[in-house]
Design a protein around this ligand. Structure first.
Ligand SMILES: Cc1ncc(COP(=O)(O)O)c(C=O)c1O
Length: 366
């Protein structure tokens, strides 16, 4: 008798390890490892969450209508085309793979992409097709032509994070359009805009425009980043009607709690808080990039709420920097699992955290 065996591919999955959050013995800890919000959630969202904490014995509205209506209002889109995920946007990305990938199919994504794309692909016994980025002076960028060249008759999904984690780079509206235009109609383009609100470049679009107009484009968003609600676990996707029909068939029957629905609705409608957070981020992102470059380190341009810092092999490599900073209570994210062993990712934090990070890096660089 053999032991129960999972589907092919599952045991090839590397465990996802989240950003470190504690330093034993440190008096003060600055957690800059998980791209969380520097300003936290909207007070209106927290108030809505608290006010919703009653009638907990009852099942929630399984269609998450209140939340979908709030998102629809905020973005002027069709609520019927919104699917919400009560465990963040990550599981929505997985649900898309569960719905569209069969064994032997291919999903295309870039080499330094968000780890979940590969996990979701392998979990469906499908084949990850990993495409090298272009390395430019400003950073590591997704190569649209190379992505298109990787598409075969077996391709069902193309995942793009825009801006991308952990590189921080983004594709312009025109580049995404070019990517979409080169895809066969039966390939679903998944645009993961988890960091979309942080990108202030005029030539950027979250993917909303393309998703509105085409039957093979979906855009996913999260409440974990600019809305400062990572612990609430809430995400949403804007999808073609046919895709909404598919995802609604396979999603859990009650994906979001009333607490999530009320807090999420309040957060998405508090555009002043979103704007405040984006302004803080833009200011301190520039400051961090300039200060860290001033220490002689290579830092890529960033359109998100984090920056990627490159270290050189030797005594002052990324591992040594990570250990040095951790000893001072400053936690960055090693990105070896993303194929970038010589880099660390630093989340834009509060002024105090940013200054602490730069001071520790300055001491490290000696
Ligand atoms: C690119 C990208 N997409 C999606 C997510 C998932 O976020 P959540 O599941 O918290 O919505 C993350 C989280 O770090 C991310 O970096």
């Amino acid at each position: 008798m053999t032991a129960p065996t999972p589907k092919p591919g599952i045991l090839d999955i590397e465990l996802y390890v989240g950003g470190r959050s504690s330093v034993p013995g440190a008096a003060k800890v600055y957690k800059l490892s998980s791209n969380e919000s520097a300003l936290g959630p909207s007070p209106l969202a927290v108030a809505a969450l608290t006010a919703a904490a009653h009638d907990l014995e009852r099942y929630p509205d399984g269609s998450s209508r209140l939340l979908r209506d709030a998102i629809a209002r905020a973005y002027e889109i069709d609520a019927e085309r919104i699917v919400v995920g009560g465990e963040g946007s990550g599981p929505l990305l997985t649900m898309i793979a569960n719905a569209y990938l069969t064994p032997g199919d291919e999903a295309v994504f870039s080499r330094h992409a968000f780890l979940l794309y590969e996990i979701a692909t392998r979990a469906n016994s499908a084949k990850p097709v990993i495409v090298a980025e272009k390395v430019t002076n400003s950073g590591i960028r997704i190569d649209v032509e190379a992505m298109l060249a990787a598409v075969t008759a077996k391709t069902r999904l193309v995942y793009i994070a825009n801006p991308n984690n952990p590189t921080g780079s983004y594709l312009t509206r025109d580049e995404i359009k070019r990517l979409h235009a080169g895809l066969p109609a039966n390939v679903l383009l998944v645009i993961d805009a988890a960091y979309g609100e942080f990108c202030d470049a005029p030539d950027y679009d979250t993917g909303l425009e393309l998703a509105r107009d085409y039957d093979n484009v979906v855009m996913t968003r999260t409440f974990s980043k600019i809305h400062g609600l990572a612990a609430l676990r809430l995400g949403w996707a804007f999808v073609p009607r046919a895709v909404a029909d598919v995802l609604n068939r396979i999603r859990g029957p009650f994906p979001t709690s009333p607490l999530q629905q009320q807090a999420g609705a309040a957060a998405i409608l508090d555009t002043a808080h979103v704007a405040r957070t984006a302004t803080h981020n833009a200011k301190w992102r520039t400051w961090l990039i300039n200060e860290i470059r001033g220490l002689g380190l290579k830092v890529d341009d960033s359109a998100a709420n984090f920056v990627l810092i490159h270290f050189s092999p030797g005594a002052r490599d990324a591992k040594a920097a990570d250990a040095f900073l951790i000893a001072r209570g400053v936690i960055l994210r090693g990105v070896g699992a993303y194929g970038l062993p010589d880099a660390l990712r630093l989340t834009v934090g509060s002024e105090e955290a940013n200054r602490a990070a730069v001071a520790a890096l300055q001491e490290f660089m000696g």
